[in-house]
Write a protein of this length. Structure first.
Ligand code: HEM
Length: 423
């Protein structure tokens, strides 16, 4: 979601109105902290666009390209059609997969060259380099998650691990990526595994965890990422000027219309024919989990649009910096903090801008309705029985509920808390 606000700038100087929202924002000469945060988000966080544009192996420095080749070699060995229910057998499968990946990494990657290259790369900050960093972020995240699980559908043998020692070939670039994007988690995040995994030209996934599986698996995997990205694309709104109540009201009216259409898209996509519940839980959600060293993997809760809405509308409590820093890159966090600091609903109330307040309340109402719908819609997905594993969500870890019914009760309680806070 892109928006910038409280401008006192004369909009007759506005940049080409027909340009893409990201371009308009980047070209806007206004000097304002909120606009600067948004420009950084697009430039540093997205490689010149939001949602991000990632580029892949051809755009990376040569010493980093073998990572892509290793992922391609390993991709098809990860998913199986029928997971084993035998722990000892699964231990063997996981260990064999990890040993194979490790030996491919040792064979293909020159770790000293990688170290030198990453140090040098870190000093470049232009946009095309950012896109390459994003693609590399995706690649290393996929490798790390594949190493972490060793097989998908994920199995309880791997879920029972509390810690895993990763090869230096996967830790060294990860430290550089953590520094570069300003995150602290050892796992991937929505930015690396979803936003950075869609090729712009062909609209397909660059990396897949369902390679070699039937079409239903790959289309569910595709739509899982596509939906997250579509939501970012559809909620691109432009600036609003709080100095002028009428302009602010009109901008918020259009934000309400845009959000309504985006949420409709959300619910018409989260259906069986695009996202198969049977396949989603086993082949998409599991891989995105982490559940090591008390750290979780990817949750829809990391999607920028919903964090932006919460921050813009003052839906508290804010996550602690430490928690948010795990999975949300620095440029995104700065943007969110800027919205939180401004606290538009309080400002509108202080100024007695009743029409602006009414539009803001209407956005809150839509967010509440989305949370209710999302809670209902997640149930068929999260209640699928998978005997090979313990109940788990990618974002809130292994729950190990007695059965699926208990799991749903647990999740309804978790999601219900945020719904109750949406006021
Ligand atoms: C099959 C699709 C999906 C299912 C089954 C699902 C399920 C869940 C579950 C169980 C949670 C709570 C546990 C956790 O964080 O892991 C959650 C949280 C969340 N999900 Fe989803 N989700 C889906 C797709 C999405 C998408 C596409 C988005 C956004 C584009 C999204 C946005 C969120 C948000 C924002 C939260 C945090 C809670 C909140 O803010 O209310 N989800 N989801």
């Amino acid at each position: 979601m892109l928006s910038w606000m409280f401008s006192t700038w004369n909009r007759s100087l506005a940049v080409e109105a027909s340009a893409e929202p990201s371009t308009r924002i980047l070209q806007d000469p206004l000097k304002h902290r909120s606009l600067e945060c948004l420009q950084d988000l697009i430039e540093l966080g997205g490689g010149g666009t939001w949602p991000p544009t990632a580029t892949y192996e051809d755009s990376w420095p040569r010493p980093l390209r073998p990572y892509h080749s290793v992922l391609r070699i390993m991709e098809t060995s990860l998913p199986v059609e029928e997971p084993s229910l035998d722990n000892a057998r699964n231990r063997e499968i996981i260990d064999t997969f990890r040993a194979r990946m490790h030996s491919e990494l040792v064979r293909c990657v020159d770790i000293r060259e990688v170290e030198r290259t990453l140090e040098e790369w870190q000093s470049h900050s232009d946009r095309s380099v950012q896109s390459a960093w994003l693609g590399f972020f995706a690649c290393i995240s996929f490798l790390r998650h594949a190493y972490r699980w060793g097989v998908t559908p994920i199995v309880s043998e791997a879920q029972s691990e509390t810690s895993v020692l990763f090869p230096g070939e996967l830790d060294l670039p990860w430290l550089a990526l953590q520094r570069h994007f300003g995150i602290s988690s050892p796992s991937g995040c929505m930015t690396s595994i979803c936003y950075s995994n869609m090729t712009t030209a062909a609209d397909h996934l660059q990396y897949s965890v369902t390679a070699g599986m039937p079409e239903l698996h790959s289309s569910t995997e595709f739509w899982n990422t596509k939906l997250v990205i579509d939501m970012e694309v559809k909620v691109a709104i432009t600036y609003m000027d709080l100095e002028n109540q009428d302009a602010a009201r009109d901008a918020l009216k259009s934000a309400n219309d845009i959000l309504r259409a985006a949420l409709k898209h959300f619910f018409s996509t989260m259906v069986e024919k695009t996202l198969s519940p049977k396949v989603w839980m086993a082949y998409v959600q599991g891989f995105q989990g982490w559940a090591l060293d008390d750290v979780d993997g990817i949750s829809g809760g990391q999607s920028l649009i919903f964090r932006t809405l919460d921050s813009f509308l003052g839906i508290r409590p804010w996550p602690t910096t430490e928690k948010e820093r795990l999975h949300i890159p620095e440029a995104q966090r700065n943007w969110l903090n800027c919205l939180r600091d401004y606290d538009i609903r309080t400002v509108a109330k202080q100024r007695n801008y009743d029409q602006v307040t009414a539009e803001l309340e209407s956005l809150v109402k839509q967010l509440r309705l989305w949370r209710m719908g999302h809670m209902r819609r997640m149930q068929p997905y999260e209640s699928v029985h998978r005997p090979e594993r313990k109940t788990m969500t990618a974002g809130i870890s292994v729950v190990d509920a007695a059965d699926e019914e208990q799991m749903i009760l647990h999740l309804k309680k978790e999601l219900g808390r945020r719904l109750a806070q949406t006021i």
